[in-house]
Design a protein around this ligand. Structure first.
Ligand SMILES: *Cc1c(COP(=O)(O)O)cnc(C)c1O
Length: 377
């Protein structure tokens, strides 16, 4: 077998080369390098795609989360010091947004089969201090069910979704504003267009999705120095605007999102059909591409590090998402010293991500990698 890369971003962008060059030329010729038509058009495309009222482009996924939470505070939906329930097995950005907005993360263990929050888990961890929940649609799988929606309404919880990994994924049950798309299920959704995401820009970019007009307006102002009108600063804001160049690139790829996600799914099916090693736990596979857009294809193995070395020795690159959960990171270790999150800690030791991106690996190679994994003893 030839060497298999984990993710080759040049290859991933190659199919769009001509369209991306045209998009860049459009922006260069426009002379408009902040805001303007391209950003506006992307925000419209996102509203249409997500069945949401508003989309606000920002500089990154982390900023989308932070500014989304700050906008919730400014509009009175939350107040500083409120507690936000968050799955502990997430990327650090989920936690950073909560603390940077002056809120308190309450890390909880995820479901051990979906690796996500569920309504049952929210219920189990509800306490009077919880004012918001942050479902993270980890690895591309929608973290949403009827019970979560019901609990959010009953307890008046603000729902901010970390949809950085799940663009195009739909939940099996409706969101609070009648959309089925992750990012538009709760009150606020954060998207990331970081280059490795399912829709990757050619640099940093993100967006906030919301159907609450006052939150959209506050978020837009926050990203623009806290001002709605020039030299009139309402809030202590940020410079976090989505570049028109990135917006133009994202619009090119957004048109192809369903096909790109379907191509990922083909690799996933090849893996799941091939891998039958009793030492490996495979992800749950739904029969159709609906609730999961497979940002990562993650298997588990108790001897993960030995498996990783076996694959590397055979030319297959892998990655770990994530080796150290946020509550164990140096920056948070003291704050969460007495937290015991056994599911999260076990997952961190067992998970291994296989190459799955549609232009980096194809169905045949995925099957070859699957057969190689079956030889691991
Ligand atoms: C990538 C990612 C983010 C942050 O997005 P950036 O655009 O890199 O800032 C947040 N949460 C999760 C789960 C992510 O995977």
């Amino acid at each position: 077998m030839n060497r298999v890369e984990f993710l080759n971003l040049a290859l991933e962008n190659k199919p769009f080369e001509n369209e991306l060059q045209k998009a860049a030329k459009r922006v260069i010729d426009s002379g408009r390098f902040i805001g303007g038509e391209e950003v506006h058009l992307l925000e419209n495309d996102l509203c249409e795609k997500f069945y949401a009222k508003h989309a606000v482009g920002v500089a990154s996924g982390l900023d989308a989360l932070t500014i989304g939470l700050r906008a919730a505070i400014i509009t009175g939906h939350l107040k500083e010091g409120d507690k936000v329930m968050v799955p502990a097995n997430t990327y650090i950005a989920s936690f950073l947004a909560i603390t940077n907005a002056g809120l308190i993360p309450v890390p909880v263990d995820p479901d051990e089969t979906t690796y996500n929050l569920t309504g049952d888990i929210v219920e189990l961890n509800m306490s009077s201090g919880i004012k918001a929940i942050m479902p993270v649609h980890l690895y591309g799988r929608a973290a949403w069910d009827e019970k979560m929606a019901r609990l959010a309404k009953e307890h008046n919880l603000l729902v901010i979704e970390d949809a950085a990994q799940s663009i195009g994924a739909r939940a099996k049950s409706k969101g609070l504003f009648n959309s089925y798309y992750t990012g538009a299920l709760g009150h606020i959704g954060a998207l990331s267009f970081y280059p490795t995401k399912n829709i990757g820009a050619l640099g940093d970019a993100g967006a906030i999705i919301t159907s609450i007009t006052e939150i959209a307006e506050a978020a837009k102002a926050l990203g623009n120095y806290g001002s709605k009108k020039r030299y009139d600063n309402l809030y202590i804001g940020y410079n976090s605007r989505l570049d028109p160049l990135q917006a133009a690139f994202i619009r090119v790829k957004l048109k192809h999102i369903d096909q790109l996600n379907a191509d990922r799914f083909a690799n996933v099916v090849a893996y799941n059909n091939t891998i039958n090693n009793p030492l490996i736990i495979k992800p749950i596979l739904d029969p159709v591409l609906t609730d999961n857009v497979w940002h990562q294809y993650v298997i588990r193995c108790e001897e993960r590090d030995r498996l990783r070395k076996f694959l590397a020795d055979n030319g297959v690159e892998t990655d770990i998402h994530y080796p150290t959960p946020p509550h164990k990171q140096p920056c948070y270790r003291n704050q969460f010293a007495n937290h015991h999150l056994p599911v999260t800690e076990k997952l961190a030791n067992e998970v291994i991500s296989l190459p799955v991106a549609p232009a980096t690996i194809n169905v045949k190679t995925s099957s070859d990698v699957g057969r190689l994994i079956n030889q691991f003893k």
